[in-house]
Design a protein around this ligand. Structure first.
Ligand code: PLP
Length: 223
Protein backbone atom coordinates (compact mmCIF):
# COMPACT_ATOMS: atom_id res chain seq x y z
CA UNK A 1 0.00 0.00 0.00
CA UNK A 2 1.48 3.32 -1.14
CA UNK A 3 -0.67 6.05 0.34
CA UNK A 4 0.88 8.92 -1.59
CA UNK A 5 0.49 7.12 -4.92
CA UNK A 6 -3.09 6.05 -4.16
CA UNK A 7 -4.00 9.58 -3.08
CA UNK A 8 -2.61 11.08 -6.26
CA UNK A 9 -4.37 8.52 -8.45
CA UNK A 10 -7.73 9.07 -6.72
CA UNK A 11 -7.48 12.86 -6.94
CA UNK A 12 -6.50 12.60 -10.61
CA UNK A 13 -9.44 10.32 -11.35
CA UNK A 14 -11.87 12.62 -9.55
CA UNK A 15 -10.50 15.64 -11.44
CA UNK A 16 -10.74 13.79 -14.77
CA UNK A 17 -14.34 12.74 -14.04
CA UNK A 18 -15.20 16.34 -13.16
CA UNK A 19 -13.64 17.69 -16.34
CA UNK A 20 -15.44 15.07 -18.43
CA UNK A 21 -18.70 16.40 -16.95
CA UNK A 22 -17.75 20.02 -17.68
CA UNK A 23 -17.18 20.70 -14.01
CA UNK A 24 -14.15 22.18 -12.33
CA UNK A 25 -11.97 19.77 -10.35
CA UNK A 26 -12.39 21.86 -7.21
CA UNK A 27 -16.17 21.49 -7.27
CA UNK A 28 -15.71 17.98 -5.86
CA UNK A 29 -14.19 17.32 -2.42
CA UNK A 30 -12.68 13.94 -1.63
CA UNK A 31 -13.45 12.58 1.84
CA UNK A 32 -10.95 9.89 2.84
CA UNK A 33 -12.92 7.26 4.76
CA UNK A 34 -10.47 5.95 7.36
CA UNK A 35 -12.68 3.31 9.05
CA UNK A 36 -10.34 0.53 7.85
CA UNK A 37 -7.16 1.97 9.40
CA UNK A 38 -5.81 3.25 12.72
CA UNK A 39 -4.85 6.77 13.73
CA UNK A 40 -1.21 6.36 12.63
CA UNK A 41 -2.16 5.48 9.07
CA UNK A 42 -4.77 8.24 9.11
CA UNK A 43 -2.04 10.69 10.09
CA UNK A 44 0.14 9.49 7.22
CA UNK A 45 -2.80 9.96 4.89
CA UNK A 46 -3.31 13.52 6.10
CA UNK A 47 0.38 14.12 5.40
CA UNK A 48 -0.21 13.18 1.74
CA UNK A 49 -2.50 16.20 1.45
CA UNK A 50 -5.95 14.81 2.24
CA UNK A 51 -8.01 17.45 4.06
CA UNK A 52 -11.37 15.71 4.64
CA UNK A 53 -11.62 12.69 6.95
CA UNK A 54 -14.73 10.49 7.25
CA UNK A 55 -15.68 7.87 9.81
CA UNK A 56 -18.92 5.89 10.01
CA UNK A 57 -18.83 4.95 13.72
CA UNK A 58 -18.94 7.26 16.72
CA UNK A 59 -16.25 5.51 18.77
CA UNK A 60 -13.73 5.49 15.94
CA UNK A 61 -14.61 9.05 14.99
CA UNK A 62 -13.92 10.27 18.52
CA UNK A 63 -10.66 8.35 18.89
CA UNK A 64 -9.23 9.80 15.68
CA UNK A 65 -10.63 13.26 16.32
CA UNK A 66 -8.96 13.41 19.73
CA UNK A 67 -5.53 12.44 18.36
CA UNK A 68 -5.64 14.34 15.09
CA UNK A 69 -7.79 17.44 15.61
CA UNK A 70 -4.68 19.66 15.66
CA UNK A 71 -4.06 18.79 11.99
CA UNK A 72 -6.93 21.11 11.07
CA UNK A 73 -8.68 18.68 8.70
CA UNK A 74 -12.45 18.75 8.20
CA UNK A 75 -14.31 15.99 10.08
CA UNK A 76 -17.20 14.06 8.53
CA UNK A 77 -19.43 11.59 10.35
CA UNK A 78 -20.83 9.55 7.47
CA UNK A 79 -22.60 6.59 9.07
CA UNK A 80 -25.98 6.20 10.74
CA UNK A 81 -26.08 7.68 14.24
CA UNK A 82 -28.07 6.31 17.18
CA UNK A 83 -29.96 8.96 19.07
CA UNK A 84 -28.36 8.05 22.39
CA UNK A 85 -24.90 8.77 20.92
CA UNK A 86 -25.70 12.22 19.52
CA UNK A 87 -24.57 14.02 22.66
CA UNK A 88 -21.14 12.33 22.60
CA UNK A 89 -20.17 13.38 19.13
CA UNK A 90 -22.29 15.96 17.41
CA UNK A 91 -20.39 19.06 18.54
CA UNK A 92 -17.10 17.75 17.09
CA UNK A 93 -18.54 17.03 13.66
CA UNK A 94 -18.06 19.47 10.78
CA UNK A 95 -20.50 17.61 8.50
CA UNK A 96 -23.00 14.89 9.43
CA UNK A 97 -23.99 12.86 6.36
CA UNK A 98 -26.67 10.51 7.64
CA UNK A 99 -29.68 12.45 8.90
CA UNK A 100 -32.31 9.76 8.33
CA UNK A 101 -35.20 10.55 10.68
CA UNK A 102 -37.03 13.50 12.20
CA UNK A 103 -36.48 12.02 15.68
CA UNK A 104 -32.73 12.10 15.10
CA UNK A 105 -33.00 15.72 13.94
CA UNK A 106 -34.88 16.53 17.14
CA UNK A 107 -32.12 14.99 19.27
CA UNK A 108 -29.44 16.93 17.36
CA UNK A 109 -31.40 20.12 17.95
CA UNK A 110 -31.42 19.33 21.68
CA UNK A 111 -27.68 18.61 21.97
CA UNK A 112 -26.07 20.96 19.46
CA UNK A 113 -24.07 23.91 20.75
CA UNK A 114 -23.56 25.28 17.24
CA UNK A 115 -25.25 24.97 13.88
CA UNK A 116 -24.64 21.46 12.55
CA UNK A 117 -24.19 21.05 8.81
CA UNK A 118 -26.22 17.97 7.88
CA UNK A 119 -26.99 15.97 4.78
CA UNK A 120 -30.47 14.51 4.51
CA UNK A 121 -29.94 10.84 3.65
CA UNK A 122 -32.27 9.60 0.93
CA UNK A 123 -32.98 6.03 -0.09
CA UNK A 124 -33.59 6.46 -3.80
CA UNK A 125 -33.71 2.76 -4.68
CA UNK A 126 -36.20 1.94 -1.92
CA UNK A 127 -34.00 -1.01 -0.90
CA UNK A 128 -35.19 -2.20 2.53
CA UNK A 129 -31.75 -2.56 4.12
CA UNK A 130 -30.82 1.04 3.40
CA UNK A 131 -31.27 3.95 5.76
CA UNK A 132 -32.74 7.20 4.58
CA UNK A 133 -35.96 8.91 3.59
CA UNK A 134 -37.96 7.68 0.63
CA UNK A 135 -38.33 10.39 -2.00
CA UNK A 136 -42.06 10.59 -1.27
CA UNK A 137 -41.38 11.35 2.40
CA UNK A 138 -38.82 14.11 1.92
CA UNK A 139 -41.24 17.02 1.73
CA UNK A 140 -42.98 16.22 4.99
CA UNK A 141 -39.63 15.63 6.70
CA UNK A 142 -38.39 19.04 5.59
CA UNK A 143 -41.47 20.72 7.02
CA UNK A 144 -40.73 19.16 10.38
CA UNK A 145 -36.97 19.73 10.31
CA UNK A 146 -37.59 23.40 9.51
CA UNK A 147 -38.45 23.96 13.19
CA UNK A 148 -34.91 22.95 14.24
CA UNK A 149 -32.71 26.04 13.96
CA UNK A 150 -29.50 24.19 14.90
CA UNK A 151 -29.73 22.08 11.75
CA UNK A 152 -28.49 23.39 8.42
CA UNK A 153 -29.38 21.07 5.57
CA UNK A 154 -26.43 21.55 3.25
CA UNK A 155 -27.38 18.77 0.90
CA UNK A 156 -28.50 15.22 0.15
CA UNK A 157 -26.57 12.00 0.76
CA UNK A 158 -27.29 8.71 -0.93
CA UNK A 159 -25.79 5.28 -1.50
CA UNK A 160 -26.35 2.95 -4.42
CA UNK A 161 -27.42 -0.66 -3.74
CA UNK A 162 -24.45 -3.01 -3.62
CA UNK A 163 -25.45 -5.34 -6.41
CA UNK A 164 -26.57 -2.64 -8.84
CA UNK A 165 -25.20 -2.38 -12.40
CA UNK A 166 -23.51 0.80 -13.60
CA UNK A 167 -26.67 1.71 -15.52
CA UNK A 168 -28.81 1.31 -12.39
CA UNK A 169 -26.35 3.27 -10.27
CA UNK A 170 -26.29 6.02 -12.88
CA UNK A 171 -30.09 6.27 -12.79
CA UNK A 172 -30.10 6.47 -8.99
CA UNK A 173 -27.42 9.17 -8.92
CA UNK A 174 -29.23 11.11 -11.63
CA UNK A 175 -32.44 11.05 -9.55
CA UNK A 176 -30.56 12.18 -6.44
CA UNK A 177 -29.06 15.10 -8.33
CA UNK A 178 -32.47 16.13 -9.73
CA UNK A 179 -33.98 16.08 -6.25
CA UNK A 180 -31.04 18.07 -4.84
CA UNK A 181 -31.42 20.73 -7.54
CA UNK A 182 -35.18 20.95 -6.98
CA UNK A 183 -34.66 21.45 -3.24
CA UNK A 184 -31.86 23.97 -3.81
CA UNK A 185 -34.16 25.97 -6.07
CA UNK A 186 -36.77 26.20 -3.31
CA UNK A 187 -34.37 28.41 -1.34
CA UNK A 188 -35.73 27.33 2.04
CA UNK A 189 -34.24 29.00 5.09
CA UNK A 190 -31.42 26.94 6.71
CA UNK A 191 -31.67 24.47 3.84
CA UNK A 192 -29.29 25.58 1.07
CA UNK A 193 -28.99 22.10 -0.49
CA UNK A 194 -25.88 23.13 -2.39
CA UNK A 195 -24.10 19.80 -1.76
CA UNK A 196 -24.49 16.20 -2.88
CA UNK A 197 -22.69 13.45 -0.95
CA UNK A 198 -22.48 10.37 -3.14
CA UNK A 199 -19.91 8.06 -4.65
CA UNK A 200 -17.61 5.52 -3.00
CA UNK A 201 -14.55 3.61 -4.30
CA UNK A 202 -16.58 1.58 -6.77
CA UNK A 203 -18.85 4.27 -8.16
CA UNK A 204 -17.34 7.72 -7.61
CA UNK A 205 -16.87 8.40 -11.33
CA UNK A 206 -20.60 7.90 -11.94
CA UNK A 207 -21.33 10.10 -8.92
CA UNK A 208 -19.14 12.95 -10.17
CA UNK A 209 -20.76 12.69 -13.59
CA UNK A 210 -24.09 13.23 -11.83
CA UNK A 211 -23.24 16.27 -9.75
CA UNK A 212 -21.69 14.87 -6.59
CA UNK A 213 -19.79 17.49 -4.56
CA UNK A 214 -18.46 15.14 -1.84
CA UNK A 215 -17.22 11.65 -2.69
CA UNK A 216 -16.60 9.30 0.25
CA UNK A 217 -13.69 7.04 -0.64
CA UNK A 218 -12.20 4.37 1.62
CA UNK A 219 -11.00 1.13 0.02
CA UNK A 220 -9.20 2.78 -2.93
CA UNK A 221 -6.83 4.61 -0.58
CA UNK A 222 -5.68 1.45 1.17
CA UNK A 223 -5.25 -1.11 -1.64
C1 PLP B 1 -17.25 2.71 4.22
C2 PLP B 1 -18.09 3.79 3.69
C3 PLP B 1 -17.71 4.48 2.52
C4 PLP B 1 -16.46 4.13 1.72
O1 PLP B 1 -16.65 2.95 1.01
P1 PLP B 1 -15.48 2.32 0.09
O2 PLP B 1 -16.22 1.38 -0.78
O3 PLP B 1 -14.55 1.64 1.03
O4 PLP B 1 -14.85 3.42 -0.66
C5 PLP B 1 -18.54 5.50 2.08
N1 PLP B 1 -19.66 5.85 2.74
C6 PLP B 1 -20.05 5.21 3.86
C7 PLP B 1 -21.30 5.64 4.54
C8 PLP B 1 -19.28 4.18 4.37
O5 PLP B 1 -19.67 3.54 5.50
Amino acid sequence: MNLQKNKELIFQQVAAAAQAADRSADSVSVIAVTKYVDSDVTKQLINTGVSHIGENRVDKFLAKYELLKSTGVTWHLIGSLQRRKVKDVINYVDYFHALDSVRLASEIQKRAEKTIKCFLQVNISGEKSKHGFRIDDVEEALQQIAQFDKIELVGLMTMAPQAASDAEINTIFEQANKLKIALQNKKIKNMPFTELSMGMSGDFKLAVRNGSTFVRIGTAFFE
